[in-house]
Design a protein around this ligand. Structure first.
Ligand code: ZN
Length: 421
């Protein structure tokens, strides 16, 4: 038994079910795969989606269905005439960064504040390096066995939405708005939200449960673009290359060296600073390809970073007239803020729900994107709420049962807040 208090009696009531659901869902391997064209990108997401459809129907959401692209939608009818329809969302897939096969979650009851040595691969959760862990003394924690990710990103969110909907369905005396549940594929590879059928979903607004520390919510994300630079040189047998060879790999090296090193990189920035991140380089003497992602909260600054990347490459490549440069930019997702600004009531309801659960709401600009970045831009205002999961995309991933229960309680409270609007 844990010694840490729950944030509310409601959270205490929801906790066992949230935990049981998380432990069940993480066992299905749902890593997405950007190399696959179809939706969902991997069969595990369909498998988990089928399980969720069954569970939603068992709760009483009779219209639960999985569509051809792997989206799971279901409705819990409201009981207050005139109340709006709101969406509760989580994503089915987990990050391709680490193995998600054979996840064996461990529950550490009543955490004592010390180092947690996991059984496999020498993985250690060290409170010295994880300030969030230090603040969870007395909590029950769910960890991995050390060799896979946990998948709390975003199965914690999924477990919370499911537990909240089950609670509301079992308590028709609680005033509630109509809830549309949505579980989406391929968030981690930036695809799911593009295929999301907003019209069929039919909600006025939605909330993703895909954040982290209890009390946090997000109504602002990076704006994002990717760039691909192709440098073409002149490849010649090196034995007879004098005055003929133009080495694209060396030109690419010079471009990388000329980019800012002590600023505008992920490892030198935080908070509201943007960056240029070179995340792949493939080069031969004949052809070099540099891939970079560019991020900023401000669209004008994002454009400046892209322009700097382009100007740097153009200048280096122009020093060798026989070399050629191709530069392609693609927008990835926009900062959700400029779309949410027009819907202050949506963000206010999130803040109110977090406050009702006993937390001082903390607005955290996300140095990444969420499904809500794209959904908000496409016309479904969708801020993001915490889940209680931590250290995402790593074998050190863990989640607090108390914080997950708090997130589920926030979802229940949102249904009540919107019922009265
Ligand atoms: Zn996520």
């Amino acid at each position: 038994m844990s010694s840490a208090p729950y944030s509310s009696a409601l959270a205490a009531e929801l906790a066992p079910e949230v935990l049981a659901r998380l432990l069940r869902y993480v066992r299905v391997d749902t890593r997405s795969d950007a190399a696959q064209e179809q939706s969902p990108s991997t069969p595990g997401q369909l498998e988990l989606g089928r399980l969720l459809v069954e569970e939603l129907r068992a709760i009483g959401l009779a219209d639960a269905e999985q569509d051809a692209n792997g989206f799971v939608f279901a409705t819990l009818a409201g009981n207050v005439p005139g109340a709006p329809v709101i969406g509760l969302l989580a994503h089915l897939d987990t990050s391709p960064d680490k193995s998600g096969t054979g996840v064996e979650p461990l529950v550490q009851s009543d955490y004592d504040g010390g180092r947690i040595a996991l059984p496999r691969c020498g993985t250690v959760l060290d409170p010295e390096r994880m300030p969030e862990l230090r603040s969870k003394v007395g909590h029950d924690l769910v960890t991995t066995s050390g060799d896979t990710l946990l998948g709390a990103d975003d199965k914690a969110g999924m477990a919370e939405v499911m537990a909240a909907v089950a609670h509301l369905a079992a308590h028709p005396e609680l005033p509630r708005a109509t809830i549309r549940v949505g579980f989406t594929p391929d968030e981690e590879i930036g695809r799911g939200a593009h295929l999301f059928d907003i019209e069929r979903f039919g909600a006025r607004c939605a909330y993703t449960f895909d954040g982290s520390e209890a009390g946090e919510f997000t109504d602002e994300t990076f704006s994002a673009a990717s760039a691909e630079l192709t440098i073409r040189g002149v490849e010649v047998h090196p034995g007879s290359a004098k005055d003929k060879l133009v080495n694209a790999a060396r030109l690419a090296g010079r471009v990388l060296a000329a980019l800012p090193q002590d600023r505008l990189t992920p490892e030198t920035t935080s908070g509201r600073e943007g960056f240029i991140h070179v995340d792949a380089l493939k080069a031969t003497a004949g052809t070099a390809r540099i891939h970079a992602i560019v991020r900023d909260f401000d669209d004008d600054k994002l454009a400046e970073h892209v322009a700097l990347l382009r100007a740097t490459a153009e200048q280096i490549v122009a020093s060798e007239p026989r070399a050629r440069l191709e530069f392609e930019v693609e927008p990835q997702y926009p900062n959700m803020r400029r779309h949410l600004e027009h819907h202050p009531d949506v963000v206010a309801a999130a803040e109110q729900a977090v406050r009702l659960e006993g937390f001082e709401p903390e607005r955290v600009p996300a140095r990444g994107g969420t499904d809500g970045s794209i959904l908000s831009a496409r016309g479904l205002p969708t801020p993001n709420l915490f889940t209680g999961g931590q250290e995402y995309h790593s074998v050190r991933e863990w989640a607090s049962v108390q914080d997950m229960a708090a997130a589920a309680a926030v979802a229940v409270r949102l249904a009540g807040i919107w019922a009265l609007r």
